[in-house]
Write a protein that binds this ligand. Structure first.
Ligand code: FES
Ligand SMILES: [Fe+2]
Length: 349
C-alpha cells in the first residue's frame, strides 16, 4: 500500500524531544531518528548509517552532528558526513544519509517524508486552536495503534459511534430524533468537514464536568464538528452551551488528532486538546487526559484493532464493506487520498 509522501506528519510533541536524545521512530515504513542540535533545532535523519547500517539512534550527538555509535562517522543535519576518524580521514562521496525537513509548530514536531524541496511550512493546516495560550489549557497524549491509519480516519470522521462506544463522551445513548440533530458533510478544497450539531439534547458527563460557571444544565446544545485534512490530520471543534445561547456561554474543548502511519497496519496516534474552562487546573487536566486516553485506549483502540484483525488486509475497500449514510465523510476522505496517490503516481512518470 502506498502512502502520500509530500505531506507533514506529526513525529511527536515538542516537549517529548529532549536535548541530547536520539529518538528512533518508524514513519511510512522508514526508520527515522529525531534529535536536537546543540542550538535546540529539531532535525531528522534516516536511522541507518551507510557504512554497516547501524542505527544512528545508537550513537550520540556531538554539537550539531550525529556520531554513529559503531565506527564514529559523523553526519550533519543535511545528511552529509563531516568527519571520518579512520584512514587518512577522507570522506567518501557515498557517505550520506537521507535528511528530512522538520518543522516545530503547535507544540508538535512535523516531518516531511517527501521531496525536501516541496516542504513548505504553509502546507501544514492551522492547529492553533489547540495551542497552549492565554485563557486555555492544553493536555496531550499518544497511543500506538495496531491498525491502518485510514481505519482511524474512518473512526473520527464518523462520530455516530460515540454514544455506543463512549459513555463518558457521549452520554451513553444516541440522542432521539426529536433533538433535531444537524448531521451533514461539507468539503473545503481537499478537506472534509463532518458536522454534528444537536439542539436541546441531554448534557454529557464530559460537559457536566467542564461546566465551570453555575450548575450544569440537563439540556444543552452540543456540537462535534470534525475537519479532516489530507493525509491524516483532524481537528474536532466540540463544545456544549445553554440552549440557543452563544457558544462562549458553555465550555469548548477542541481536540486535534494527528495520525502518522508507522506501517500499513500500525499507526502513531497523537492528540492534543485545549479547553477554556478550569484553566490551569491540574486536577481537571489529569481527569480530562485520563478520560480521553481511556476512551481511545479502552474503547476505540480495541475495537479498531479487532476490525483490522478481522479484515486481514489494510485495504478496506477491497472487502466491499457495507456503507451507511454516516460513512459519507469517511468515504470522501478515502477518495481524496486515492486521488492524491494516483496523481502522485502520474507525476512520478
Ligand atoms: S556503521 Fe556507522 S560508522 Fe560504521
Ligand atoms: Fe471514538
Amino acid at each position: 500500500m502506498a502512502f502520500i509522501r509530500d505531506a507533514w506528519y506529526c513525529a511527536g510533541f515538542t516537549v517529548g524531544l529532549k536535548a541530547g536524545e536520539l529518538k528512533p521512530l518508524t514513519i511510512l515504513n522508514e526508520a527515522v531518528v529525531l534529535y536536537r542540535q546543540s542550538d535546540g533545532a529539531a532535525k531528522a535523519l534516516a536511522d541507518r548509517c551507510p557504512h554497516r547500517f547501524a542505527p544512528l539512534s545508537k550513537g550520540k550527538i556531538c554539537d550539531r552532528e550525529v556520531q554513529c555509535g559503531y565506527h564514529g562517522l559523523r553526519f550533519n543535519a543535511d545528511g552529509h558526513c563531516t568527519h571520518n576518524p579512520h584512514g587518512d580521514g577522507s570522506i567518501p562521496k557515498a557517505a550520506t544519509v537521507r535528511a528530512y525537513p522538520v518543522l516545530e509548530r503547535h507544540g508538535a514536531l512535523w516531518i516531511w517524508m517527501g521531496e525536501p524541496a516541496q516542504a513548505d511550512p504553509g502546507k501544514l493546516p492551522d492547529f492553533s486552536e489547540v495551542e497552549q495560550r492565554p485563557g486555555w489549557t492544553r493536555v496531550e497524549g499518544y497511543l500506538h495503534v495496531r491498525a491502518n491509519y485510514q481505519l482511524m480516519i474512518d473512526n473520527l470522521l464518523d462520530l455516530s459511534h460515540v454514544p455506543f462506544l463512549h459513555p463518558f463522551l457521549g452520554g451513553g445513548a444516541p440522542p432521539p430524533p426529536e433533538f433535531r440533530p444537524d448531521i451533514r458533510m461539507e468539503t473545503q478544497g481537499d478537506a472534509v468537514v463532518a458536522i454534528s450539531e444537536f439542539h436541546s439534547m441531554p448534557n454529557t458527563p464530559l460537559y457536566q464536568m467542564l461546566w465551570e460557571r453555575g450548575a450544569p444544565p440537563d439540556i444543552v446544545d452540543m456540537r462535534a464538528n470534525i475537519t479532516w485534512h489530507p493525509p491524516s490530520m483532524l481537528m474536532l471543534d466540540t463544545g456544549a452551551k445553554p440552549v440557543d445561547q452563544p457558544r462562549e456561554h458553555g465550555p469548548s474543548a477542541p481536540i486535534a488528532h494527528w495520525l502518522t502511519p508507522e506501517t500499513e497496519t500500525t499507526t502513531h496516534y497523537f492528540w492534543a486538546q485545549a479547553r477554556d474552562r478550569f484553566v490551569g487546573n491540574d486536577e481537571v487536566s489529569a481527569q480530562i487526559a485520563a478520560g480521553i486516553d481511556g476512551a481511545f485506549r479502552n474503547e476505540d483502540e480495541p475495537m479498531i484493532e479487532a476490525c483490522q484483525q478481522n479484515m486481514g488486509t489494510a485495504d478496506l475497500m477491497s472487502l466491499k464493506p457495507l456503507l451507511l449514510q454516516t460513512d459519507g465523510p469517511a468515504v470522501r476522505a478515502r477518495r481524496v487520498i486515492q486521488m492524491k496517490l494516483e496523481s502522485g503516481r502520474l507525476s512520478d512518470r
